[in-house]
Design a protein around this ligand. Structure first.
Ligand SMILES: [Zn+2]
Length: 106
């Protein structure tokens, strides 16, 4: 199992447990690797290595807008929707249909 690198111990005192339930997640969400869709590759996605999803900037292919694919959205996509672990967000406009392979070509 991967555990996050420990940061400052001092924030123990303001009970941080209660906070992560909120919608804002500090740009991070814990990876539950058991829920991921199986993939045939030996390659391990970065978020599995580090144990966290991070907010990820991307540029929408339709409207060229700079957007953030949030950690929470990634967690949903990979663990609930069982999205391919090597896909990423490409469009801001249309929900899960907007996610596709990051590389092109076959
Ligand atoms: Zn867009």
């Amino acid at each position: 199992m991967n555990f996050p690198p420990r940061r400052k111990r001092s924030d123990k005192k303001n009970n941080s447990e209660n906070r992560k339930v909120k919608s804002g997640t500090n740009g991070k969400a814990v990876v539950n690797a058991f829920l991921l869709a199986p993939h045939g590759s030996y390659d391990v996605p970065h978020f599995v290595k580090v144990g966290y999803y991070h907010d990820k900037p991307f540029t929408c292919r339709d409207c060229d807008k700079a957007e953030i694919w949030t950690a929470t959205q990634q967690k949903w996509w990979f663990e609930i929707a069982k999205g391919d672990v090597f896909t990423q967000a490409q469009r801001c406009c249309s929900g899960s249909a907007s996610i596709g392979k990051s590389e092109s070509g076959s």
